[in-house]
Design a protein around this ligand. Structure first.
Ligand code: ASP
Length: 584
C-alpha cells in the first residue's frame, strides 16, 4: 500500500492469521496489564488490537509505555488468533490481534479537551472538529454524505444530466432570504450577492439548449440558523427542458431511490403520494406534515354554528384533533401556552378520562355536539377556533408537537410525499402586497394563467415540495418561459417596468429569444443525509458547520477587518464588532 502501512486496521481478519502486517493509525486506548500492553489501534476502516509482550519485543514495550491516547503510531507484527476467552464478537477484528515486534511513535498528542466520541457540549466539539471527526458518529455521517452525493451524481449522469458550474458571486436571486453581499475592490460601492440558489442560471442553461442541467450546488442564505438551516448548504439542483411536472418528480424520486440503494436501505416505493396544498393544510395544518402518523384535523364548524359556546358559534372555523392521551391539567396548561404562542386566545379541550369527561366547556355544549365529537377513553380533544390560517397554525403546531412528544412516529415506516398545487402568491404581512410563495419564476397552472392579474390570490402555481417525515427536503416548479407572462407576475408583485428591467432585464431578454418550456427541482443534501443518518440536525452531517450565533467556533470567523482593508473595498463599518470570545 505505502511505506507507512500495508493494510488497514479494519481489514484484518481470521484469514490473515500468520501474516506479517504493518499498520499506522491512532491509539484509541492503551491498557497496561502488568507486562503485556494492549493498544486498540484505529484508522478510518476500524480498530484492531495490538499486543506488545516485553519478553518478545523489549524495545516496542518501552515505546508502548510512552504512548498515550491519540498518538499516531506505526506498528509491525504478526496476526495471531486471540485466546478464545478474549474473542470480542462486537468488532469485526475481534477474533485476532497483532503481536507487535516493532512500534514507532509517528506523532504525539497533547492531553485532549474531550475523549473521542464523548458526549460534550457541541461548541466544544466544533472548536476541535478535527478530533470530533475521528468519532464513529462523524466518520459514519461524513462518509454517508459522500455515498449519497456519489449515488446522486451517478444517477443524474445516467439520466443524461450535464453538470454545469454556475457562479456563486452574482446578482441577488430571490429565494425569500437575505443575501450575503460581497464588496468588489475593482468597483467600489458595488456588491455581488452570493447565490441563494442557481435558479436563474439553470433557467438560462435551458434557454441555452443544455436540455438537462444538474449541479451539487452550494447556496448561501442569510437566515437564522436552526436544526435544518446553515448559512451555506448544498442542494441537488436540476432543470429540464420540454417536460411536465411529473417528469420532474420522476427524476427526483429516482435520485432518492438511488441514494437509498447506495446506502443499502430498502428504498421507499414510488411514485410518492401527491397531496394538494389545500388538502394538507386542511388535514394537517402544515405544508410539510409528518405522515408517519394520523392525528388528522377534524372539522366542527357546521356542527357548532348554533353552539351555546359563543367562542365556537362566532368563529369562522372550528376544528379539532384527538390526541391519544388523557392529558393532565399541567400538560394542558403547557399545550395552551404553546397555542397562545401560535396566536390562539386559549385552548378548549375535552379530556376523556376513562369515560369521564373533564372540560370547562362541556357544560356549554349540547348533547348533539358532544355526541358528534365524542372520543375514546384515554384521549383528549383539542380545539382551535378562529380564521382558517390561525386554526391551521395552532392545530398544525399541536399536531407536530404531540407527534414528537408522544413518539407517534416511532417504528412507523418512512413517509415521503409531494405537496402540489400551491397558491402562486401570498400577501406580504408587512406591506400587504402580493408576493411570490416560493420564487417569482414559477408558472401558474394553465387553467389559471388568464386570471394572473385579475385574481392573484386565486391562482395556483405549478410548484411542488418534497417532504420526508415532516422535513421539507426541497422545492421545484414548472417555470414561466414567456416574457409577457413573467412580466405579468412581476406586475402583480408591484414591480414597475423600470424595476423589472433593472432587476431581471437579463432574464426577460432570454425569455424573449426562444425559451423552451422547462422546470426543475432542488433538494437539500444535508437535510436528506441528516434524516438518513437519524440525526436531529444538519450540523451533524456538515464537516465544519456554524452555530446558531452565526459564528464558526473552529476558526473564530467572522472576524473584524482593519479599516484599511474596508477602505480598499469602498466600505466602512458602522458596527462595534460583537464579542465573539465565547467562540461562537
Ligand atoms: N431554486 C429553488 C430553491 O432553491 C428550487 C427550484 O425551484 O428549482 O429552492
Amino acid at each position: 500500500m505505502s511505506n507507512w502501512r500495508d493494510t488497514t486496521c479494519g481489514a484484518i481478519g481470521a484469514e490473515d492469521v500468520g501474516k506479517r502486517v504493518t499498520l499506522a493509525g491512532w491509539v484509541d486506548t492503551r491498557r497496561d496489564h502488568g507486562g503485556l500492553v494492549f493498544i486498540d489501534l484505529r484508522d478510518y476502516s476500524g480498530k484492531v488490537q495490538l499486543v506488545i509482550n516485553p519478553e518478545l519485543a523489549a524495545d516496542a514495550a518501552g515505546t508502548a509505555h510512552e504512548i498515550r491516547n491519540e498518538f499516531v503510531v506505526q506498528a509491525e507484527g504478526e496476526v495471531v488468533r486471540r485466546d478464545p476467552k478474549n474473542v470480542n464478537p462486537n468488532i469485526p477484528t475481534g477474533e485476532i490481534e497483532v503481536q507487535v515486534d516493532t512500534l514507532r511513535i509517528v506523532s504525539r498528542s497533547e492531553p485532549l479537551p474531550f475523549q473521542i466520541g464523548e458526549d460534550v457540549d457541541e461548541v466544544l466539539r466544533l472548536r476541535y472538529r478535527w478530533l470530533d471527526m475521528r468519532s464513529d458518529r462523524m466518520q459514519r455521517n461524513l462518509r454517508l454524505c459522500h455515498v449519497v452525493v456519489a449515488a446522486i451524481r451517478r444517477q443524474m449522469d445516467e439520466l443524461g444530466f450535464v453538470d454545469v458550474w454556475t457562479p456563486s458571486m452574482t446578482k441577488g436571486t430571490p429565494e425569500g432570504a437575505r443575501d450575503f453581499l460581497v464588496p468588489v475592490r475593482l468597483q467600489p460601492g458595488r456588491f455581488f450577492a452570493l447565490a441563494q440558489s442557481p435558479q436563474l442560471f439553470k433557467q438560462l442553461c435551458m434557454v441555452g439548449g443544455i436540455d438537462r442541467y444538474y449541479q451539487i450546488a452550494t447556496c448561501w442564505r442569510d437566515e437564522d440558523l436552526r436544526a435544518d438551516r446553515q448559512f451555506e448548504f448544498r442542494q441537488l439542483d436540476f432543470e429540464m427542458s420540454f417536460v411536465d411536472r411529473d417528469d420532474v418528480l420522476d427524476v427526483m424520486e429516482r435520485a432518492v431511490v438511488a441514494s437509498f440503494v447506495a446506502r443499502g436501505r430498502d428504498a421507499p416505493s414510488t411514485p410518492f403520494p401527491r397531496l394538494t396544498y389545500e388538502d394538507v393544510m386542511r388535514r394537517y395544518g402544515s405544508d410539510k406534515p409528518d405522515l408517519r402518523y394520523g392525528l388528522e384535523i377534524e372539522d366542527a364548524t357546521a356542527l357548532t354554528r348554533d353552539s351555546q359556546f359563543g367562542v365556537f358559534a362566532n368563529a369562522p372555523v372550528v376544528r379539532y384533533i384527538v390526541a391519544p392521551r388523557a392529558f393532565s391539567r399541567a400538560e394542558l396548561a403547557r399545550l395552551e401556552e404553546l397555542s397562545k404562542e401560535w396566536g390562539a386566545k386559549g385552548l378548549a379541550y375535552l379530556v376523556n378520562d376513562g369515560g369521564e369527561i373533564r372540560s370547562p366547556i362541556a357544560k356549554f355544549l349540547s348533547e348533539r355536539e358532544l355526541e358528534a365529537i365524542r372520543s375514546e377513553p384515554g384521549t383528549t380533544v383539542l380545539f382551535a377556533a378562529g380564521d382558517e390560517a390561525l386554526v391551521s397554525r395552532v392545530l398544525g403546531g399541536l399536531r407536530a408537537h404531540l407527534g414528537r412528544e408522544l413518539g407517534l412516529a416511532e417504528g412507523a415506516p418512512d413517509a415521503f410525499h409531494w405537496v402540489i398545487d400551491f397558491p402562486l402568491f401570498e400577501r406580504d404581512e408587512d406591506t400587504g402586497r402580493w408576493t411570490f410563495m416560493h420564487h417569482p419564476f414559477t408558472a401558474a397552472v394553465p387553467a389559471d394563467e388568464e386570471r394572473l392579474e385579475a385574481d392573484p390570490g386565486g391562482v395556483l402555481g405549478q410548484h411542488y415540495d418534497l417532504v420526508w417525515n415532516g422535513w421539507e427536503l426541497g422545492s421545484g416548479s414548472i417555470r414561466i418561459h414567456r416574457a409577457d407572462v413573467q412580466q405579468a407576475v412581476f406586475r402583480v408583485m408591484g414591480l414597475d417596468e423600470q424595476e423589472q428591467q433593472a432587476k431581471f432585464g437579463f432574464l426577460l431578454d432570454a425569455l424573449r429569444m426562444g425559451a423552451p418550456p422547462h422546470g426543475g427541482f432542488a433538494m437539500g443534501i444535508e437535510r436528506f443525509v441528516a434524516l438518513m443518518a437519524g440525526e436531529p440536525d444538519i450540523r451533524q452531517v456538515v464537516a465544519f458547520p456554524k452555530v446558531s450565533s452565526g459564528g464558526d467556533p473552529l476558526t473564530g470567523a467572522p472576524t473584524p477587518m482593519p479599516d484599511s482593508v474596508l477602505k480598499e473595498l469602498g466600505i466602512a463599518s458602522i458596527a462595534e464588532p460583537a464579542d465573539s470570545s465565547a467562540g461562537n
